[in-house]
Write a protein that binds this ligand. Sequence first.
Ligand code: SF4
Length: 67
Amino acid sequence: MQVIIDQDRCCGSGQCVLTVPAVFDQGEEDGLVRLLQESPGPELAADVRLAAALCPGNVITVHGDPG
Ligand code: SF4
C-alpha cells in the first residue's frame, strides 16, 4: 500500500499517531503529521486505513492493495 499525506490540511489532532505510531508521527514544534513509512507492510494496512478514516482533516490518502 501507498500512503500519501496532505500536511496543509492537518490540524495536529494526533489521532493518526495514536492509531499507527509505526507509520505516523507529529512534528515536535508544529505538531503536524509526519509520515514515517510511505509503503507500510500488509500487517499495518488495516490500522492505516482506520487512521485515514478517523482523521478529522481528511489528510491521509491510501492507495494500493486492499486488506
Ligand atoms: S489524524 Fe489527521 S489531522 Fe490529526 S494529526 Fe493525524 S493527519 Fe493530522
